[in-house]
Design a protein around this ligand. Structure first.
Ligand code: GRF
Length: 204
């Protein structure tokens, strides 16, 4: 059997996408293995979940100062390299990685973003989708490049926006779909299949 591809998952919060990825990566037929979880937030709930799932979890506290960010990124890079990480999955990781980090990391970096990119980049996507009176919302898994939320799109999923939806209700309905999208897209990405995954069915 070929060696498994070493995957690191970066989180800042709840970690539902992380949990879904780890559970799937534990399957024998998966080409990857969840090697480490890293958080920039020592209080992230996902860190506890990672430990329960028996994946080594690390946290490096940071604040928004540039100097601190570069120390964080240096520590992160060393940790990834010393664990031979080939693929990094950002899963609710709230820090924007610098161009230097993206250039220096020798593997691939993927992210999940809660909108149908290239529409609605950045933060508060659920609120902005409602404010724009959109009928369709969703999530995207994409490669991470130096330009925020702009890398090659690997997979997308959609939901309908209902009349009385709030950012909270949208997020709640989208999360399970995001989780499944990330799982399916990572599998396809590791297999080398470049077809974009499109789960474009809408609920009524
Ligand atoms: C998800 O909505 C993801 O799309 C966004 O941050 C959220 C993380 O959720 N990038 P979780 O921590 O994986 O539950």
């Amino acid at each position: 059997m070929p060696a498994k591809i070493k995957v690191a998952i970066l989180i800042s919060g709840l970690g539902s996408n992380m949990e879904a990825l780890i559970k799937d990566l534990k399957n024998q037929n998966h080409l990857g293995e969840a090697t480490i979880v890293v958080s920039d937030n020592p209080d992230a709930l996902g860190l506890m979940k990672a430990e329960q799932l028996k994946i080594p979890a690390f946290s490096f506290a940071t604040n928004s100062k540039t100097l601190d960010k570069s120390i964080f990124e240096n520590n992160l890079l060393q940790l990834l390299i010393s664990n031979n990480i080939q693929v990094v999955c950002l899963a609710g990781f709230m820090k924007i990685l610098s161009s230097k980090f993206i250039k220096d990391f020798p593997g691939e970096i993927l992210n999940i973003h809660p909108s149908i990119l290239p529409s609605i980049k950045g933060l508060n996507t659920h609120e902005r989708a409602i404010r724009r009176n959109l009928h369709v919302h969703g999530a995207t898994v994409h490669k991470v490049t130096e330009k925020l939320d702009s890398g090659f799109i690997l997979g997308q999923t959609t939901i309908s926006i209902h009349k009385n939806d709030t950012p909270h209700s949208l997020s709640k309905r989208l999360k399970p779909k995001e989780n499944q999208l990330y799982v399916d897209t990572l599998r396809q990405f590791l297999s080398g299949n470049s077809k974009v995954i499109q789960k474009l069915e809408l609920d009524s």
